[in-house]
Design a protein around this ligand. Sequence first.
Ligand SMILES: [Zn+2]
Length: 156
Amino acid sequence: MKTNLYPARGRLYLKNKKYKEPTVCPECGLVFTGGKWKRLEEKPEGEVNMELCPACRCIRDKYFAGVLRINSDLVRTKNEEIKNLIRNEEEKTQRVNPLRRVGKIEEDVEKGKMVIYTTFEHLAARIGKALARAYKGELEIKYKAGVKAVRVWWKR
Ligand SMILES: [Zn+2]
C-alpha cells in the first residue's frame, strides 16, 4: 500500500478549513466547537453538522505526518509492551490536542518489523525517543526540510 508523507499544503488545507459549529466527526466523535476540535463528554444536541475531522481525513487519505520504522526482535518478544508504550505516548499528546494520533500500525512480527504512522509529526519522534529511552538501541530522526513531516527509524 502506498502511503504519502503528509505534504505542507495538506497541512494548510486542514488548518484553514472552516467548519460549522458544532460539527461532529462521524468517525471518531470529536466535536468542533469554539474554533477547536475537542473530545466532549456530552455530544451537542439538536442539529449538528457531520464532517470528518482533520485527523480522520489524514487517516482516510493516508497523508501521515510521521512515519516510524522499528526493526527489532522486541516486536516479537515484547509486542504488547511496545504497543503500550506507543499508546502511552499517544495518550499524552492527545491531552494537548486530540487530533494528534497514531493512524495506523503495520507489523511483521516474525521479521521484527513494525511501522507506525502518525497524524502529527512530533508524535512519531516522541515514540522513537521513548523506545530509545526504554530499550536503548539506535534512533534516527529526519525532519523533512520545509514540510511538517518526519521519518524516524529505531533499531535494536
Ligand atoms: Zn475524526
